[in-house]
Design a protein around this ligand. Structure first.
Ligand SMILES: C[S@@+](CC[C@H](N)C(=O)[O-])C[C@H]1O[C@@H](n2cnc3c(N)ncnc32)[C@H](O)[C@@H]1O
Length: 279
């Protein structure tokens, strides 16, 4: 496994762990690298693509994320095809503004085309993709008809190209599945990195997560035949995650502090401590 300085993948998801890549990398350093990197909550893929192991099994219940990366892996989507697509859609967006965004959203909710997913992911309001109760993408437009300027298109195409290059010649499998199905495949030479949604936080069709889900996952992780790394929130301005510290009493729990912004001013910066349990 090779270390890269953390790069951004083509899609953005809630809870993206780009900032945690160095800590995750260091914490996995005792792994032999002979088995598979198993990541049952792939999200944006920021961790997998930056760590770039030779063999990997990546899962997520969000079929759109899995379809996009499977299509890039099979060469169905390339940086060049992404540019042709975005150049065309950018033109329509510039001309018709919101009307075009909602046209693509309706098309995506019927046809589930990965490039439409990428378009919506990169032009939705606040970059926060949300899915309604039926699994339909329902984030409104960012209200910027000029969103896809040439430099932005180039950045996205480079990100697609980077993911394609990173996967080339590697033994990676993408599956749309619940974490239990993925973790049942783990064997002793593998390593698991689990980054579930945080209970009580952001919820939508693909991010329903309760305290019971956390307890089930934590039990499963402790029973794995291989090492694991588990991301969870440790502390914020208001409280500490005592459940986590009780549940993993005696384990090596590493932390990383960062700030997130609730608004435009300095006073609205909030500190968040993320935990990484090394098991
Ligand atoms: C916190 S995000 C992962 C973020 C990722 N580590 C990154 O850096 O982008 C959690 C992911 O878990 C997925 N998910 C939610 N419930 C799931 C389940 N039951 N099984 C598998 N994946 C699930 C969501 O679709 C979401 O992509």
């Amino acid at each position: 496994m090779r270390k890269y300085s953390a790069k951004a993948p083509p899609i953005k998801t809630q809870g993206i762990k780009t900032k945690l890549v160095p800590l995750i990398w260091e914490s996995a350093s005792s792994w032999s690298g002979r088995g598979r990197w198993i990541e049952p909550f792939l999200g944006s893929g920021a961790v997998l693509f930056n760590l770039s192991p030779q063999r990997a099994l990546a899962g997520d219940t969000n079929e759109h994320v899995i379809r996009l990366y499977s299509d890039i892996q099979r060469g169905r989507i390339t940086a060049e095809k992404t540019r042709v697509y975005l150049d065309k859609e950018a033109e329509f967006l510039r001309r018709d503004g919101a009307e075009h965004y909602y046209r693509v959203r309706a098309r995506f909710n019927e046809q589930h085309e990965p490039l439409d997913f990428l378009f919506l992911n990169r032009s939705c309001f606040n970059g926060l993709m949300r899915f309604n109760g039926k699994g339909g993408f329902n984030t409104p437009f960012c209200r910027k008809p000029e969103r896809f300027r040439q430099s932005y298109i180039t950045r996205i195409c480079n990100q697609v190209g980077w993911t394609a290059q990173t996967m080339a010649g590697k033994d990676w499998e993408f599956v749309c599945a619940d974490w239990r199905t993925v973790l049942k495949c783990a064997s002793s030479a593998d390593i698991v990195y689990a980054d579930p949604p945080y209970a009580g936080r952001f919820t939508d069709y693909f991010n329903k997560w309760t305290d019971t889900d956390s307890t089930d996952l934590e039990l499963f992780l402790k029973g794995l035949p291989c090492p694991f790394l588990y991301s969870m929130w440790a502390e914020n301005k208001y409280r500490r995650n005592d459940n986590l510290y009780e549940s993993f009493d005696g384990y090596d729990i590493r932390t990383h502090e960062h700030f997130y912004h609730l608004g435009s001013t300095e006073s609205l910066r909030n500190k968040m401590t993320e935990a990484l349990v090394v098991g």
